[in-house]
Design a protein around this ligand. Structure first.
Ligand code: ZN
Length: 258
């Protein structure tokens, strides 16, 4: 039984001194992971970490919408085509992400427009290089769905899903996958959504260092804790932990071609 943490950030500062220990702890518990970039520096760092391991540690490269901060910047200046075309060819890079829309951090209409352009540019890169996409969405569901529709068919996952079953259903109908974090361990708000989403469309993640699951809530999160997300899904669906681990890992390996 292998757990697959499809979205974590050991490439971030909180792990700079002990990322190797964190990975060892994960491996001792049969947990694999993808470290996800949010800009050029962290994408590069995710690759550097992954290159230390034959299997079990992978990378994703992308530019997160919260770093779109200057409305006078051009898309070409934010998304360096050369950088992304080069990094995407690295064998450890299994996806483009995390990319998306985040209207929680900005109410400025022109910044929202720029976020959309930055997202579209990166979806084009992902399609050009046949890479799956890790999508971030916060208070921007309608706009994100419009963009996803324009690009269908699209191989994408909605990371850290925290919306209604109705919204999940729309994404599933468009062929997307849904990924859950430790949030599901400290609220029952998403139980119905989890119950309704077929297990073969579900992936699990920690988003470490953020969003640690119960019983580690408030602590620094790490890939090892993805098992708590799997356990919660097993409890809600009334199936075994083994079944959740096996199916979500199978989904991740197919989706990311690992
Ligand atoms: Zn993240």
């Amino acid at each position: 039984m292998i757990f697959f943490d499809t979205h974590c950030h050991l490439n971030f500062k909180p792990f700079k001194d002990d990322w190797r220990d964190v990975i060892n702890r994960a491996f001792e518990n049969d947990t694999w992971m993808i470290n996800v970039g949010v800009d050029e520096e962290t994408s590069q760092r995710a690759v550097e970490i992954a290159e230390n391991y034959q299997d079990g540690v992978y990378a994703s490269a992308g530019f997160h919408p919260i770093y779109v901060k200057d409305k006078n910047e051009k898309v070409e200046d934010i998304i360096n085509e050369n950088f992304y075309s080069k990094i995407v060819k690295n064998l450890k890079v299994v996806a483009i992400g995390e990319i998306g829309l985040d209207y929680y951090h900005t109410k400025d209409e022109s910044l929202k427009e720029l976020q959309k352009k930055v997202l579209c540019r990166q979806i084009e890169i992902a399609k050009k290089f046949s890479k799956p996409i890790i999508l971030h969405s916060r208070e921007a569901t309608d706009n994100l769905m419009e963009i996803v529709k324009e690009f269908l068919p699209l191989k994408a996952v909605i990371h850290c899903f925290s919306e209604s079953w109705e919204t999940a259903k729309k994404y599933l109908d468009m062929g997307l996958l849904i990924s859950f974090t430790g949030i599901v361990t400290f609220t029952n708000k998403y139980d119905e959504t989890i119950k309704n989403i077929p297990l073969d469309k579900t992936m699990i993640e920690t988003d470490a260092p953020y969003l640690a699951s119960v019983p580690h809530r408030g602590e620094r999160n790490e890939p090892l804790f993805v098992k708590y997300v799997a356990q919660k899904i097993a409890d809600i669906k009334k199936i075994s932990l083994e079944e959740v681990a096996e199916q979500t890992t199978k989904n991740a390996r197919e989706f990311f071609r690992i």
